[in-house]
Write a protein that binds this ligand. Sequence first.
Ligand code: FAD
Length: 501
Amino acid sequence: MGDKFEIVIVGGGTAGWMCAAACAAKLDPARFRVRLVESEEIGTVGVGEATLPQMKDFNDFLGLDEAEFMQATQATFKLGIEFINWGRQGDRYVHPFGTFGRPIGEADFFSYWIRAHRAGTAASLSDYCFPIVAALQNRFMLPSGDANDVRNAFAYAYQFDAFLYARYLRQWAEARGIERVEGRIVEVEQDGGTGDIAAVKLASGARIAGDLFVDCSGFRGLLMAQTLGVGIEDWSHWLPCDSAAAVPSARSADFHPYTRSTRRTAGWQWRIPLQHRTGNGYVYSGADISDDEAAATLLANLDGEAMAEPRVLRFKACKREKAWAHNCIAMGLASGFLEPLESTSIYLVQMAIMHMLTLLPSGPGIDPALPAELNRVMDVEYDRIRDFLILHYIANEPDAPLWERVTTMAVPDTLADKIDRFRHRGHVQAYRDGLFGPPSWQAVFVGQGIEPQAADRLADVLPAATVEERLASLAATIADAAATAPSHADFIARYCPAPAP
Ligand SMILES: Cc1cc2nc3c(=O)[nH]c(=O)nc-3n(C[C@H](O)[C@H](O)[C@H](O)COP(=O)(O)OP(=O)(O)OC[C@H]3O[C@@H](n4cnc5c(N)ncnc54)[C@H](O)[C@@H]3O)c2cc1C
């Protein structure tokens, strides 16, 4: 090995190119050499269209121009996720990327809302959240920047074509010194003594050696699973959906600044509006519906003409036992998969990249404290998302065999505790690391019918009429503020119109 620390990224899907771009942006080329190996013959998963607000942080971290990125990826804005038929058939709520209400008195806003809600004097929780009110009117604006303005109490994410994003990042990263190697890896060479990965060998005969390998090879986990034998924690008993049928459809006239998830008999269907098309998919449990039935249900529930035949993908809800083992870090689908109900996969890639950059070894050899820390934080991330997803499954009226099973299953203790605390007083513990914050939990709990039995005592201090009047005034302020935002389609047409692909 030469003087430089050599990083070899295996795989050029969203995970591989995000990692390569971050290395290009932040690692000193005098000290690091970064190569990415990918095989056009094998290709990428090519789905993954909805993201979380942290995606903007990642793009800002790279220094990407937002409008240019959105044009390159046919992106739209996302203010949250709308859930239809979750809880009970006919129900509808939004998980927003923003907060509910604003301070009224000594207690937090949510406690006042519980009190008024229990007294029958509050409006729906959604009416106190600017991004929900704006989203449901198909309106969008950037946060106003004024801390006193309700139009500042939100963040936003993107809905985009993940394949185009990887392509965009590839150009960006190659222009900044990342070396791309085309070819199929046919052999992985390990050090006879340590078991570390020494090199990957390509079908062409080329051999690529490195100090650190990043496994972004997708579900197959070429390095982490197939070579190092790191197993998975199987969570499919909690998250039983194991398949998805995906199909793009023609862009419909309405241009939602949100992703939609509709609960169905054997799973749920996504709808993600991009600039050039709408992404759709039915995520389902193969034990409850056949692939043909799932595809037929999907095609029967599009709001534009299908642009291809549905493509079926298989997966298992799981986390890789270790994200970092030996001299290899797994990211993306190679590190586990949690179904796309809350659009968390690309976020998990981003977290793995940030922790990798923080914990990169500073010389030869890897101090065991580095993998231990990365594995700890990635475990926290996965566990928290897992619990949040399971909540969506258990809080439903059981109206089909899948829903009868999941609504009666035993849940992880961490989630059971969270539900108890919420039922009691509406408490949601805030985390230092990991998703999701209190407003997200409040949205799903309330949206799916889990209600607190009481509010915090401090919320009793103000007279009921004062609370009622302040809530009404806040809802009116938010409604007026939302009416000032342009339509999502107009905003995009002005800010980042993408040419037809
Ligand atoms: C149904 C579904 C819906 C999803 N929806 C979302 C969503 O809404 N939001 C979200 O954030 N995420 C979503 N995801 C996840 C998202 O698609 C992935 O996290 C993301 O695309 C990362 O994929 P990847 O790069 O890990 O793997 P892949 O895209 O599979 O890329 C693997 C790469 O490894 C290379 N490779 C593999 N083997 C070899 C070899 N032997 N030699 C050389 N190269 C090799 C391939 O060529 C490819 O470049 C979804 C996933 C699925 C399955």
